[in-house]
Design a binder for this molecule. Structure first.
Ligand SMILES: Cc1cc2nc3c(=O)[nH]c(=O)nc-3n(C[C@H](O)[C@H](O)[C@H](O)COP(=O)(O)O)c2cc1C
Length: 292
């Protein structure tokens, strides 16, 4: 159970430490750290970021320090924090995911695992697992049997059957579902006549994707009994409240933090103000309100 429903999205808040001098990160509901793999990764060739209308296209490619350094360098600090930290994991095979879950199990400072079966920026694995109900279920079951930590599964919007995938993941034992990851996108530099990003395509995030994310959260919240964590383009308290009304029990803030590093806290305070103004005592009063 989180102290409040505002979380940060993986890959946009580092390991939490990067923001601890900017605001009191202990006030957040939870922090999700950068996607972690078995071995360290350097990520994709530069450039890896392109700004687009109301959005950002990134092709970072899961640059990260690897699970061993994460456990050695980051978790001792997290263990002293009040805010729970959830580790986002990614692999190229079912076995990679299960090994990652095993390594993280029982480590002090880790409160949960978010299974990224939705990264559009790596050649093998990632979104491939999330685009198909059977493989999404296989990864979920493998992670569940390798850990006693709560398991969140993060879905990709790059599919035409997100409900089927959510149902498969729920049946395979997920404790919660988070959605959405980025949408595949491209930016072409018209002077060079080539795609700007080193890996040609990337993942679109930011306000541009909010209506899509909201519709998908609405759909998935109607398809499964599990807690649904909404993510995608949330930049204001009003955006967050829309996700609650669609059926999300918590939300994650990603790209908004690049524009305003205080965004997660501003949004949390804005939700509290809205609740006060509307006489809402508990956030559960509005969860799924738009579905009735
Ligand atoms: C620079 C960048 C890096 C990201 N890295 C990850 C990652 O490592 N793992 C993951 O599951 N999602 C990753 N994401 C996706 C976000 O967590 C989030 O799902 C997505 O950006 C949509 O939310 P937003 O519009 O609020 O940013 C990344 C997004 C951005 C912009």
């Amino acid at each position: 159970m989180l102290a409040n429903p505002v979380m940060t999205a993986s890959g946009t808040f580092g390991y939490g430490t990067e923001y601890s001098h900017i605001f009191d990160i202990q006030k957040l509901g939870a922090i999700v750290c950068k996607g972690t793999t078995l071995e360290p990764r350097e990520g994709n060739p530069q450039p890896r970021l392109a700004e687009t209308a109301s959005g950002l296209i990134n092709s970072i490619g899961l640059q990260n320090i690897g699970v061993k350094d994460l456990i050695r360098e980051k978790t001792p600090l997290w263990a002293g924090w009040r805010v729970p930290v959830i580790v986002n994991i990614a692999g190229e095979s079912v076995d990679d995911y299960s090994q990652l879950a095993k390594e993280l199990d029982g480590v002090a400072g880790i409160s949960g695992i978010e299974v990224n079966i939705s990264c559009p920026n790596i050649k093998a694995g990632g979104a491939e697992f999330g685009a198909n109900p059977e493989s999404a279920a296989r990864v979920t079951a493998a992670v569940k049997s390798a850990t006693s930590l709560p398991v969140l599964v993060k879905l990709t919007p790059n599919t035409n059957n997100i409900s089927k995938i959510a149902i498969a993941v729920a049946k395979a034992g997920a404790d919660a579902i988070s959605l959405i990851n980025t949408l595949k996108g491209m930016y072409i530099d018209i002077t060079t006549r080539r795609p700007l990003l080193g890996s040609k395509t990337g993942g679109l995030s930011g306000p541009a994707i909010k209506p899509i994310a909201l519709a998908m959260v609405y759909e998935v919240a109607g398809a499964v009994e599990l807690p649904v964590i909404g993510c995608g383009g949330i930049a204001t308290a009003g955006d967050a409240i829309e996700f609650f009304m669609a059926g999300a029990t918590a939300i994650q803030i990603g790209t908004a933090t690049f524009i305003n590093p205080h965004a997660p806290l501003d949004i949390l305070e804005g939700i509290e103000q809205f609740m006060k103004k509307e006489g809402i005592k508990d956030i559960t009063e509005i969860i799924g309100a738009a579905r009735e």
